[in-house]
Structures are given as structure tokens and as C-alpha cells.
Design a protein around this ligand. Sequence first.
Ligand code: ADP
Length: 487
Amino acid sequence: MHVLFASAEADPYVKIGGLGDVAGSLPAALLEHYRTASPEVSLDIRLIIPYYGMLHKQGLEIKMIGEVHIPTISGDVKAAFHQVIGASVPTYLVSGDPIRSDDPVYCGDSAKEAEKFIFFSLAVLRLPEILDWRLDILHAQDWHTAVAVHQLKSQRQKNATIARTKSVLTIHNLPYMGTGSEPALKNYRVKPSADKTLPGWARQIPLPMGCAAADKVVAVSKGYAEEILTPAYSCNLHEFFLHKKDHLQGIVNGLNTTLWDPSTDVHIAHRFSLDKLVAKARNKIALQKELGLAENSEIPLVIFIGRLDQQKGIDIAVEALDRLGCHGFQTVLLGSGNATLEQACRDLQARFPTTARACITFNAAFSHRLYAAGDIILIPSRYEPCGLVQMIAMRYGCIPVARATGGLKDTINTTSFNRTGFLYKSLQSKSLENSLLKALSFYARPNDWKAIQERAMRVDFSWNRSAAAYAEIYNRLISTRIAGQSK
Ligand code: ADP
């Protein structure tokens, strides 16, 4: 089975957010799944990402394997393909003028982004001809590669090399759909979607175009797959998704459980595990010392880690913490992003200098120390397609107080004998406040708290189950193709 996994990011080459984690882990997890659970199928999965300027500086050993011309209304643009030597999952990089070497991965200019990612999407579809490789399944991620899915559908009838290729499109974050791509689509001669169930305004926007064309659409949790059928979360596409309901499935992301393991984590001072949970408290003391907070392992430490963006609801957390006066607990907020939200965090520290800290930076090593030290993590997201933060925190015995949305709802258990965290529904800060107070009341009962921690640390967040669910989709797509052929 030949699968091409197309993404704008993939760890360890390029990671900006959760998409990088997924594209960096899922192909390898699928290889492992087929090797162990379905050895009768030989999976040949390959990864393709843009050759960003930042990748030129990584000292990767690469080999140029060919080039194609991508037509535009003003002439052809050359796309070159490079193979990364020694990659465990075969990896290809695409270069060409629209992928400027001095631009960041995401530059924030929608016209430039559209030129770059539509060019990349069109190049993705040409890799099989360069490799003389039969493509069975194209697995695209988010809007950046959705146009490849759209073009695949429109070219399947005319092009023998892709005539039998099936497609999967995973939605990691629906609101980022590639709005403003119309001029770039015209430039690359990509026709609008002809799908009548898609509202007119969405027929020239990459993510909806890809969703309309894909043989299977996956959202990164069951909760999010249900939410995008509703007006509150669908970005006005709920009627379209309701039409496509049979093609839509939710599969929660897995976690890199080797990287996020408190028993082996090189970034933390005191490693710990289920049977050595007492060592977790030493990490709290170390962090309190590092940040100039009172050193006392009994004071509950309430943390936040995330992008400072409206989506993540940090403003709601600040409001709740403010009302509680950061009294009876300490709080550390780690994040960067929107300037107003960054200032709101700094202001909280200024108001409660003895108990609150705002760490306005992106610092991966520090995040490990914070997960290891924290008792409670606040995740007040307005929406959360999947979320990794809650899974990482639980592995480190740091208990989530989270809004019941998307992947948070799916991964946090609140039933009395299986509780792994605390969920609340409303966007009002009062609801978060009440949920935090409830968590603190459990914290005050050490045996109850330890039981929650142990359960949270035991949850299997590895990729195994999710890889099996994606494999089932691949298998089904291939078998429908075979069934279609025998008719
Ligand atoms: P999203 O992909 O929407 O940003 P996720 O919860 O899926 O949210 O993933 C966020 C990832 O980024 C987690 O691994 C989290 O630890 C990390 N992260 C977020 N903000 C920071 C920060 N300021 N410093 C270090 N790591 C961060």
C-alpha cells in the first residue's frame, strides 16, 4: 500500500504546533501498526513537506531527485524534489520560487501563504510521476495541502497514474481554512469546487474544497468531529458537513510518549513515575526556587501552557485567577503570542507578585519543568480540536481543569471512580473558577488526589489506537476500490 503523507510541518524537520507533532509521529506509528498487526499488508508511507529556508540550515543530507513545471496563467513555475537521506520514514522536500528561503514557515500574509501552499499542493501530486511510484492513498493535512485533494479528484478521470488514488484529509484546525486564496487559485488555474453542497463562498477556499473532494475527512477527535456539525464550531459549514457526515470521522491524536515521559525526561531535575510519585514534589520546589516563589511543596501549583491566542481562553483564566486573588495556591502562566493577552498575564503577576508568575516566552525545556512541577493545569479553550497539553500534563500527574470541548472532552474522564480531571461547560470565567475550586478541594484530600494522579498517569495516550483507526480507513478505501473494480 503506497501512501503519501503531505503536511506543512513535520517534526523533527519543522514544528510550529500540534500539526508538526502529528506529521512527525503518525507515519512511523502506521508503519509500526502494519508491521505488527497487519503484516500481510506491506505499507510504503512517505512524507512530503515544503523545503523552507530554515531547513537549509539544518545540515540535512539531501539528494535532488527531479523537477516538474507547475503551470500558472503567467507561465510555468519550477518545482524541485529532494529526498532526505537516512530518514526512517522516506521524506521528500519541495523547493521552488513560491517557497521563499527568507520567509518564516507561516508569514501571516494570506496572499503569500496561498501562493506557497497551493504551489506545494500541486507539486505533491506530481511526486508519484517523478518516483514512478503508484499512489494508492494521498493523506493531506489541513488547508495547506487540501488543494492536492481537490485537484486529485478533478484530475483522476484524465490522468492514468492517479486514476485509482484515494484521498484522506485530516482537519487539525477548521478556522484556518486558507481564506484569501482566490487569486492564487486563479493563478495556478485551479477551478473552484463544483460541489453544490458547499456554500458558494467556500468553493474557492482550500480546506472546504479539499473536504468536498476527499474520500474521507478526519477531524482530530470524535468531539471535534461532532462539534463541526453545529453552528457554534463549524465556521458556517455545518450544513455542508451534515451532508458529508458519512465521510467524516473523528480520530484523537496520539502523543509522543517517549519524548513526554517523566521517568526519562532529561529536562527535569527529579525524574518520577507512578511508583515514585513523591519525587514529583521535588520538581515543584525546584521550580518555586527558580521563579522566586515560596518554597513549599504543599502549596498547590496551578499552571497554564499554550499559545496566547483567543482560542486558548487565557483571558478567561486570568479573569478567574484575578477574582480568586491567586490566594491559597501559586500560579505560573507560560505562553507567547497576542500582545494584549501577554500583557494581561504580566498584569496578573504585577497584582499578585508573591504568588503569580507570567513567563512570556516559548521555551520547550521550561515547559517540561513546568509540567513536572504543576499540580493543576488550566485549559480554558474556546475550542480545541484535539489538544496535546492535557495529555502531556496527565502523564506528568498534573491534573487538567478544562473546558468540555473537542478533544479535551474526549481525553479527560470525570466519572467519579475513573476521574482523571475536571471539565466545565460554559465560557464564563465563573465556571472555570468553580471547576478550579473543586479541583483544589480534591487536592486538599491527599488520598483522593493521589488516586486521580495515578489514573491520569496510567492513561494510554500513545499513537497505537489512533494509528489502528487510520489504518482501518486506509484498508477500507483500498477495499472499496477493489470492490469497485470487480463490479
Ligand atoms: P496547539 O497545537 O493548538 O498550539 P496543542 O495543545 O495541540 O495546541 O499543542 C501545544 C504544544 O505546544 C504542546 O506541546 C505545548 O507544550 C507546547 N507549547 C505551547 N506553548 C508553549 C510555550 N510557550 N513554551 C513551550 N511549549 C509550548
